[in-house]
Design a protein around this ligand. Structure first.
Ligand SMILES: Cc1cc2nc3c(=O)[nH]c(=O)nc-3n(C[C@H](O)[C@H](O)[C@H](O)COP(=O)(O)O)c2cc1C
Length: 347
């Protein structure tokens, strides 16, 4: 996973079953952070003994080294169990990256998903936490929450952004509304040997207006380009996003008014961005997360060695739903992109 912005560049390296994974980054100024805050943030992504998450439990304690030029964080992979994949040698899991990776470099060993594993989002979270601290120092808050799991809908900024949505993550919660029903939906999918996806929403408050995504770049493009590095993210929308397609201009437009001597953009269907430039409103976005590809239910695949059709049922340790664990990863991605945009503006 590699990304290069206008000021920040990072590389997340390693694979799910390698001895370690990590991140190397340049361009983000050293920030004051507290280790407890970092642990709490990492803990939100970590698999716990919850119905939705993999039984693979990892400590996720990063070792951080800072120099003037580079930020590095290393995380040891402790709980590796490659034997789960022995039966899958040469057999790609449908809709995981296995077959696409085989086309890329001819690989037949798909153990742990290699570099396409969700595990690599742990180092991304370490860097994202630093970016969040950098933004917090400027009064900018980045908050994400689960707004739907399968067909169960929870809190959405589309009906008005609330403090519950903004503070859910800070309180260690992943959903401000209907969490119990969402958990039931995940348990039902797991009982059917299946998986379920959902929607994560993110809001950024305090971000100044007039910040673009760099020369010829858009802020939406910059944010999305990191969000799409997160495995299982298949859609991103800003503000009313895809709903705008069915609206009339008179409904979709966000009116401008003077309030208390200040220009205010009333309503926020644009998601705080016009023409790729922030307009001073909260930046709001929604992310669609696919159902976990690895499921225990019988599925059709192929044996690439024997060149024959096979039916597979995946045994390993997998999340029945990725969505709750991906919430801090979305915050991390958005924070890195916005820190890059601000640094470029302030250079
Ligand atoms: C935190 C996290 C955990 C994940 N856990 C799993 C998992 O246990 N099993 C699985 O098949 N995919 C898992 N994924 C998703 C796959 O890595 C992803 O679907 C795959 O790489 C294909 O990429 P794509 O869905 O973006 O096309 C996880 C993703 C994230 C972000």
């Amino acid at each position: 996973m590699k990304w290069k912005g206008d000021r920040i560049a990072f590389e997340v390296y390693g694979t799910s079953h390698a001895p370690e994974i990590g991140v190397k980054a340049t361009g983000l100024p050293a920030v004051a952070f507290d280790i407890v805050g970092l642990r709490d943030f990492m803990d939100r992504r970590r698999a716990k003994k919850a119905a939705y998450s993999t039984p693979r439990l990892e400590a996720d304690e990063p070792e951080i080294t800072l120099s003037e030029k580079e930020f590095c964080a290393v995380i040891k992979n402790g709980n590796v169990k490659s034997s789960d994949y022995n039966e899958l040698y040469g057999i790609p899991r449908p809709s995981h990256a296995d077959y696409a990776a085989h086309l890329m470099d001819g690989r037949l060993d798909f153990s742990g998903g290699g570099e396409f594993s969700g595990r690599l989002t742990a180092p991304l979270c370490v860097l994202g936490y630093m970016a969040k601290c950098y933004l917090r120092g400027r009064g900018i808050r980045v908050s994400a929450w689960v707004s739907a799991v399968g067909t169960v809908k929870g809190a959405t900024y589309k009906s008005g952004l609330t403090e519950e949505m903004l503070s859910a993550g800070e309180k260690g919660e992943w959903s401000p509304l209907h969490k119990g029903e969402m958990l039931d939906e995940i348990t039902r999918a797991a009982a059917d040997k299946d998986s379920v996806g959902g929607r994560i929403e993110c809001a950024v408050t305090g971000f100044p207006g007039g910040i673009s995504g760099g020369i010829f770049g858009s802020l939406e493009g910059k944010i999305s380009s990191i969000l799409y590095l997160i495995p299982a993210v298949k859609g991103v929308e800003f503000g009313a996003g895809f709903d705008l397609a069915a609206m009339r201009g008179s409904v979709a437009n966000d009116p401008l008014r003077i309030e208390g001597g200040k220009v205010t953009v009333i309503k926020n269907d644009a998601g705080g961005i016009n023409g790729g430039v922030s307009n001073g409103n909260a930046i709001t976005l929604g992310v669609s997360v696919r159902p976990t590809p690895s499921i225990a239910m019988k599925q059709q695949s192929v044996d690439l060695v024997k060149k024959e059709n096979v039916d597979i049922s995946i045994k390993g340790r997998h999340d029945a739903c990725i969505v709750p664990r991906a919430v801090p990863v979305v915050e991390a991605a958005v924070a890195i992109a916005l820190a890059d945009a601000l640094l470029e503006e302030e250079k």
